[in-house]
Design a protein around this ligand. Sequence first.
Ligand SMILES: Cc1cc2nc3c(=O)[nH]c(=O)nc-3n(C[C@H](O)[C@H](O)[C@H](O)COP(=O)(O)O)c2cc1C
Length: 344
Amino acid sequence: MYKSIIRPILFRFNAEWVHRVTVAMLRVAGSVPGLKQILRAIFTLDDPRLERQVLGLRFPNPVGMAAGFDKDARVYRQLSVIGLGFVEVGTVTPLGQRGNPRPRLFRLPSDRALINRMGFNNGGVEAMADNLRGRNGGVLGINIGKNTDTNTHDAPADYLKVFRRLYEFGDYFVVNVSCPNVAGLTAMQNDESLRAIVAPLLEFRHGQEEYRPVLVKISPDLTFEQIDGVISVVTELGVDGIVATNTTTSRAGLRTSERRVEAIGRGGLSGRPLTERSLEVIRYVRAKMGAGYPVIGTGGVMTTHDALAMLDAGADLVQVYTGLVYNGPGFAKKICRELLAREE
Ligand SMILES: Cc1cc2nc3c(=O)[nH]c(=O)nc-3n(C[C@H](O)[C@H](O)[C@H](O)COP(=O)(O)O)c2cc1C
């Protein structure tokens, strides 16, 4: 029903507007008595065989919501009732910011893709803390970043501010240095900048009672040599895991007309065109880090087959974003059903 009726209607409207309406509807769903239970009954598959122990946490299933959908942690509880085993909120920055001018989110239906240049639009760390006060529910990751106006030199202080303020709320944290829509951010994946950002976080954690895993999210546009650089920092500092990958700036091999792609302009491409590259990066990271090192795979999971391929490539967990837009709210359950079928 989603693909034949709902999606064609939604795709007639501006993509960011549809996103806003979806979030608003999810918020309503959370406050209507009984509706969450109904959604859970329709969209969730509970089965102990789907459970995963990763990062010292118990995930009810390995299919999560990727960062960027619920930037301010407004609907993280509702996302778990549509079958997602965990939710990564953010990217959150110290101060609230509007992000880039609109339009900044575009669909490329013939490529089953999206291009976005949102630019970390979010309400800031205090707004997220408010939303997470008294939090309950499933596994929650918090994806952290720097304000657009913060220069590279001061960036580590931004990451630390967000980490400290939200430390009590997250089950795990992701250092986002791979978003192509914030000037200079992806350049901070180099050894020196990454060390400068991550080391203070781990130092802060050292003094805390609770241990919160810290992961680094990497770009698909890194060369293997650059990935080696990230891996050496990750290994040296004892970073708990890697999230691979963010969106790409590449426009190679698209079916959408060149004119349309040019008219859309800059931004990160997600969805089908990213699948192969994400798999390649995950395979590489897995081979380098060896078995047992936590890897969260994301990027171009558009079918159940893609999700299984990502797990086979070495991801412990997968995250979806563009795949949900194209497949609708039943997508996570469909992947889980396929996972169970494979085990039988
Ligand atoms: C509209 C949009 C906004 C995003 N915002 C963020 C973000 O704030 N932080 C982040 O780490 N990744 C962000 N991402 C990237 C996703 O988390 C994911 O890594 C990427 O889209 C690849 O997965 P997909 O092909 O399943 O969409 C965003 C993606 C989209 C489409």
